[in-house]
Design a protein around this ligand. Structure first.
Ligand code: PMP
Length: 286
C-alpha cells in the first residue's frame, strides 16, 4: 500500500505529495524538521518534539502556519492513516516558494509535511556488542554561524562528518566543536560514565539538545545516578569507563571504542545497560 503523506492539511498518496522546485527548503535548505519514534501506535515524546520544531522555526524566523495543537493532531492522524504501530515520523516545514534570491520576505506558503514510515535502526549486533566510533575531521557548526540547537534542513555539516565515519567503517562519527571539545555525533548525543558519574557536553558545546538525551538524563536522576553537563575532551572518552549515544532512532547504544582505542572493558557497561533497560521501559509505557 502506498504511504499517505500529510501535506498542508491533506493526506495525499506519496506520488501526489510534492513541493515546488522553487521552495527555499530545496533551494537553500531553508526550513526545519523533526524525527519522532512511534511505539505501539503512539508518537513518543510528541509534545517535546513539536515544541523543539516550533523553537527551531522561531530561531530561523519561520512562522509555521498551524498551531502546535494542530500539528500534534496532524501527526497522530498521519500515523493512524498509515497503520504504523512501530515506526518513525518525519515532520518537515519548509520556507515555501520564493524567488531565486535569498530574501525570505519574497517567499510564501511554508509547506507542512508529515511522513510516517517504518524505521531502519543500527544493526542489532551493535546493540549487543556496542559500536566503534571514529572522530570526524569535520568540525561541528560554529554556534555563531548556524546554531546546532536549530534542527534545520541544512544538515551538510553532519552529512559530511557521517561520510567520514562510513569511510572508516563506522555507522556514526564523533564531531568536535570549534574549540576542539567533544560536541556530539552526526545524529546522536554522547555520554560517558566515569567513576559512576554520567557526563555529557552542555548545550553551549554546540549540540542539538536531544530529546532522548533529556529523557535519559531524567531517567538517570530517578535512578540516583549523578549527571553532569560538562565540557568533555576526547581524552575524557579515551579514559572513560563507559560511553554511549542517545537519539530518537538509536535510542541508547553503547560505544566500545573511539579511533580504535578501547573504552573501558570494550563491552557495553553496567550503567549503559541499566539506562538502556530503563529507556526501553519508557518507550513501552511501563
Ligand atoms: N544530534 C543531532 C545532530 C541530531 O540530528 C539528533 C537527532 N537525530 C540528535 C543529536 C539526537 O536528538 P534526539 O534525541 O532528539 O533524536
Amino acid at each position: 500500500m502506498s504511504r499517505q503523506v500529510f501535506i498542508n492539511g491533506n493526506l495525499l498518496s506519496e506520488a501526489e505529495a510534492t513541493v515546488s522546485v522553487f521552495d527555499h527548503g530545496l533551494l537553500y535548505g531553508d526550513g526545519v524538521f523533526e524525527g519522532i519514534r512511534v511505539y505501539s501506535g503512539n508518537a513518543f515524546l510528541l509534545q517535546e518534539h513539536v515544541e523543539r520544531l516550533y523553537e527551531s522555526a522561531l530561531a530561523i524566523r519561520l512562522q509555521i502556519p498551524i498551531t502546535q495543537q494542530e500539528m500534534t493532531s496532524a501527526v497522530n492522524r498521519t500515523v493512524s492513516a498509515n497503520g504504523i504501530t512501530d515506526g518513525y515520523v518525519r515532520l518537515v516545514v519548509t520556507r515555501g516558494v520564493g524567488t531565486l534570491g535569498l530574501d525570505m520576505r519574497r517567499t510564501k506558503d511554508p509547506q507542512v509535511i508529515i511522513i510516517a514510515d517504518t524505521i531502519t535502526m543500527y544493526p542489532q549486533e551493535l546493540y549487543e556488542n556496542g559500536m566503534e566510533l571514529v572522530t570526524a575531521s569535520t568540525v561541528r557548526n560554529h554556534p555563531g554561524a548556524l546554531s546546532p540547537r536549530i534542527k534545520s534542513l541544512n544538515y551538510l555539516n553532519n552529512i559530511l562528518a557521517k561520510a567520514e565515519g562510513t569511510d572508516a567503517g563506522s555507522v556514526e562519527a564523533l564531531m568536535l566543536n570549534h574549540n576542539g571539545e567533544v560536541a556530539e555525533c552526526t545524529g546522536d548525543n554522547i555520554f560517558i560514565v566515569r567513576n559512576g558519574i554520567l557526563k555529557t557536553p552542555p548545550s553551549g558545546a554546540g549540540i542539538l539538545e536531544g530529546i532522548t538525551r533529556a529523557a535519559v538524563m531524567r531517567l538517570a536522576h530517578k535512578e540516583g545516578i549523578t549527571v553532569l553537563e560538562t565540557s568533555l575532551e576526547r581524552h575524557d572518552i579515551f579514559t572513560a569507563d563507559e560511553c554511549f549515544l542517545t537519539g530518537t532512532a538509536a535510542e541508547v547504544i553503547a560505544v566500545v571504542s573511539l579511533d580504535s582505542r578501547t573504552i573501558g572493558t570494550g563491552r557495553p557497561g553496567p550503567i549503559t545497560q541499566r539506562l538502556q533497560t530503563g529507556f526501553r521501559a519508557l518507550t513501552q509505557g511501563t
